[in-house]
Design a protein. Structure first.
Length: 450
């Protein structure tokens, strides 16, 4: 039986591991490839160490599997609940992948369209990235918020593309994918780039440069020569073992692994064989803004009466002409804060992870159409706004970990033209996380001055 065109195969299966329903190829063509062993077929659920194991996401927690009458196999079928948002992996299903591993063209040269200059710290990190790609090793770039981590990657990415390598830049949040894609497209105008996130229309997984959320990486398999994980300490990647499993599965043998973070946790820093480059100073040379703690009393009780502590109101009123982020511990409290702000005639908008209009709202804030934006921790990372001041209401809440508070403070003073700004932690009692975040920032500033 003649094989279908190779292009049809690569467009769907190259570098991915998919369910049959995700493959549009005719069954006759698929059977032909299976017979020739060009396409590999494996059970989607297996038993490993006497436990059920999902091959796609690595889930092996019994409570994350379920059973149901299956219309396909006409039996009671087990399926994985953990990765069901990507399609149902069940015991009667198989996953399909391919052995074919084409590279991008190795004839690209001068692909980097960037005329900027790197600071000494950025240069040190940039050289380490190039070396890691050459040696196919693992690297952690531990750089303070506002150090210019993206720019540190430019020369390393150029080196990878000229060698014909395929690159994945994975990040936990859709907002960051959407922000990085146009920026990197401008910097590498001749390199095809595809973005994968929930609802995206990317269709060609053989693209040499993929920017994706860590959830979307679950569909990739042995696909990349270089993998960069941005904000490696961020939720949900840091908590969800399946996302870490996905990144491991997406690697080609001996692939380069590069991790980026301003607040890497101790287990990552102690990973055997992982080289660490620490950048303690922002690219513009100015110190990180140190947060100020300000007691505001029983703020939750105030919110129940549709008002805010007076010192919070005073601080916000003094900044009605400046862009301000006000961080709230939860969506429910964000709604109460918004009601209190309306009562006091303070114009504002709100954003949170499930808000369908959040991208439009953030863009309006960037343009200056909105001055006060009340947000959950969805905007603690990956957002750069000039001339910004930041406050946290209820900084003692458990959601505000050391890492989260450091990242929130890191939104301020990121531009050369405006390297300073205010960071206020309004609280009803200081926590270990608050104190640790302040010490972390002060320590980085000391190291940056050395």
């Amino acid at each position: 039986m003649p094989h279908p065109p190779q292009k049809a195969l690569l467009a769907e299966l190259y570098g991915r591991r998919l369910l049959r329903d995700e493959i549009s190829m005719l069954q006759t063509a698929l059977d032909s490839y299976l017979q020739a062993e060009t396409i590999l077929k494996e059970p989607a659920l297996i038993t490993q160490n006497h436990r059920l194991f999902c091959v796609r996401c690595g889930n092996q927690h019994p409570e994350r599997f379920a059973k149901h009458p299956c219309a396909r196999c006409q039996r009671i079928c087990t399926y994985c609940r953990h990765c069901i948002m990507l399609g149902k992996v069940r015991s009667c299903e198989h996953l399909y992948s391919t052995k074919i591993q084409p590279r991008t063209s190795s004839h690209h040269s001068h692909v980097l369209n960037w005329k900027g200059t790197l600071s000494p710290g950025q240069t040190k990190a940039s050289e380490a990235v190039i070396k890691a790609i050459e040696e196919q090793s693992a690297l952690l770039i531990w750089a303070v918020c506002g150090a210019g981590k993206t720019e540190m990657l430019f020369h390393g990415l150029e080196h990878a593309f000229t060698k014909g390598y395929r690159v994945l830049l994975a990040t936990p949040r859709t907002d960051v994918v959407k922000e990085l894609t146009p920026r990197l497209t401008n910097v590498f105008p001749t390199v095809p780039i595809a973005s994968y996130y929930g609802g995206s229309d990317a269709k060609d997984p053989s693209t040499p440069f993929i920017i994706a959320t860590t959830h979307q990486v679950l569909r990739f398999y042995k696909a990349f020569d270089v993998i960069i994980v941005d904000e490696v300490d961020a939720f949900p990647y840091s908590y969800d073992k399946s996302l870490q499993y996905a990144v491991t599965e997406a690697r080609k043998p001996n692939a380069t692994m590069i991790y980026l973070s301003a607040t890497p946790d101790k287990p990552l820093r102690q990973t055997p064989g992982l080289q660490t480059i620490k950048i303690a100073k922002r690219y513009h040379g100015h110190p990180l803004p140190v947060p100020t703690f300000r007691w505001c009393g029983h703020w939750r009780r105030k919110l129940q009466k549709s008002t805010l502590p007076q010192n919070v109101l005073d601080w916000l009123k003094q900044r009605q002409r400046k862009p301000v982020f006000l961080f709230a511990p939860s969506v429910a409290l964000l709604t109460q804060i918004s009601a209190a702000l309306h009562k006091h005639s303070l114009p504002h908008q709100t954003v949170h992870a499930t808000d369908p209009n959040r991208h439009t709202t953030v863009e309006a804030f960037r343009k200056g159409d909105i001055k006060l934006l009340v947000t959950t921790t969805i905007l603690e990372r990956g957002v750069t706004i000039a001339n910004l001041d930041v406050a946290v209401l209820g900084a003692e809440d458990a959601v505000f970990t050391e890492s989260a508070l450091v990242q929130i403070a890191g939104r301020v003073g990121r531009s050369t033209d405006d390297p300073t700004g205010d960071v206020l932690f309004f609280h009803y009692g200081r926590t270990k996380a608050m104190l640790a975040a302040k010490r972390h920032i002060q320590q980085m500033n000391r190291e940056g001055d050395e």
